[in-house]
Write a protein that binds this ligand. Structure first.
Ligand SMILES: NC(=O)c1ccc[n+]([C@@H]2O[C@H](COP(=O)([O-])OP(=O)(O)OC[C@H]3O[C@@H](n4cnc5c(N)ncnc54)[C@H](O)[C@@H]3O)[C@@H](O)[C@H]2O)c1
Length: 378
């Protein structure tokens, strides 16, 4: 099997799970890390026994063909363009960028160079999403007509040591969390055609209560933190999206979809596993446990009792597999650009203007077989 040398730019909070999972990715070999803050790269390098580089050094490495961009959203497109400029494939954390034109230019640059761009979330490759997709693909719940998604919590300042970016343009619950839900929904029912939304920012600043350098300081809010939207999909489905960083507690399901024959409860798309529930007609909910399936087995958090499946980096292994097999990869740049298009339409919506037509579209990713899923990690 062709082995790809992998590097990481951005050694912050989320890099830990990638550093943990990458060495198990089929045909992937972690060969170095970099960060704009050298100490951050050095700490991860020491922990994982790989070299620490500067950003320029890692871009120049001949033994690295794929670079993960785990920096903050504001610089994603810029750093990905640097990676592409260095002749390497990119796997970016979400969102692919925060500015549509800049992000599309980066994708065009990659296309012209024959390089792949892949983007998180890759959770839709997980066991929960595969079972849900199967129940739609085999006609069990019929055609999806409607549904709702719920992304509600009280923000990240109680756990993230440096949460300021979540409250700047590019942050907020939509830019931060909707990629998980949109990837899940596009995988299940296809692309979005139109959106409308009503948005607000009820708090002008947020108090950081997490341990770290920001504790007891406030960060300013300059992006909406409560956004209630209606998404019309190309297949006609109408999905209500409730996204807020201003909610202390709620009892809603992450994703509930209603089809012509029955209803489907899709597990939290921030995770790879979880129970899928299906009800046909007026029958009771039947539970599909995905806990023994590839990318359904609980493996996280480390040093505690595992309570979820976290296979982040699956998308990197899937892109490598797709390059080897000379076929499109599933968490591709066109999908991430469409997701960005939808998110920007929501964030920038003015209810007085009526619905926003989404100009981009994307093909529904191919259904992933269990054999393909099992082959991503060794
Ligand atoms: N923290 C999470 O639980 C989580 C979960 C899923 C996805 N994400 C996404 O992952 C990304 C990173 O989040 P995080 O929580 O790790 O942030 P973070 O602030 O903890 O880490 C980001 C790192 O990138 C580095 N960096 C910033 N600009 C850089 C540049 N131009 N060149 C090189 N390095 C640069 C920073 O020094 C920092 O070490 C974000 O897009 C976020 O949405 C985070």
């Amino acid at each position: 099997m062709e082995v790809f040398g992998v590097g990481i730019i951005g050694c912050g909070n989320i890099s830990g799970i990638y550093l943990h999972n990458l060495p198990k990715g089929a045909g992937l070999e972690l060969r170095g890390v970099a960060d704009i803050v050298p100490a951050a790269a050095q700490a991860k390098a020491d922990e994982h026994g790989v070299p620490a580089y500067t950003v320029d050094e890692i871009l120049a490495r001949d033994d690295i063909q794929i670079i993960l961009n785990l920096t903050i959203p504001d610089v994603h497109a810029q750093v990905s363009a640097q990676i592409v400029g260095a002749g390497k494939h990119v796997y970016s954390e979400k969102p692919l960028g925060v500015d549509f034109a800049e992000t599309k230019a980066m994708l065009d640059q990659a296309d012209a160079a024959g390089l792949r761009v892949s983007c998180a979330p890759d959770t839709f490759l997980g066991a929960g999403a595969r079972v849900a997709r199967g129940l739609i693909a085999d006609g069990t719940v019929g055609d999806i007509l409607s549904g709702q998604i719920t992304i509600m919590n009280h923000g990240h300042e109680h756990w993230h040591p440096n949460p300021g970016f979540y409250y700047l343009p590019g942050g907020g619950p939509v830019m931060d969390m909707l990629p998980y839900y949109l990837n899940a929904l596009i995988n299940l029912i296809g692309p979005v055609a139109r959106v409308r939304s009503v948005n607000s920012a009820p708090f002008s600043e947020r108090l950081v209560t997490s341990d770290g350098p920001m504790k007891d300081q406030t960060v300013p809010v300059s992006t909406p933190t409560t956004l209630h939207s209606l998404l019309e999909f190309e297949n006609g489905a109408q999905i209500i999206s409730a996204a807020s960083f201003d909610v202390w507690k709620h009892g809603n399901r992450p994703i509930e979809l209603h089809g012509t024959k029955g209803s489907l409860r899709v597990p939290d798309p921030n995770h790879f596993g979880g129970d899928v529930e299906v009800a046909i007609g007026r029958e009771d909910w039947a539970v599909h446990d995905t806990g023994a399936m590839p990318m359904g087995v609980n493996n996280w958090p480390l040093n505690k009792e595992f309570d979820r499946a976290n296979y982040r980096a699956a998308g990197v292994a899937e892109m490598a597999m797709a390059i080897r097999e000379n076929r499109p990869h599933r968490a591709n740049g066109a999908l991430a650009l469409h997701v960005l298009d939808v998110m920007l339409a929501i964030v920038n919506a003015n209810p007085e203007d009526g619905p926003t037509k989404i100009e981009t579209t994307v093909a529904q990713p191919d259904l992933m077989t269990e054999e393909q899923a099992a082959a991503l990690f060794v």
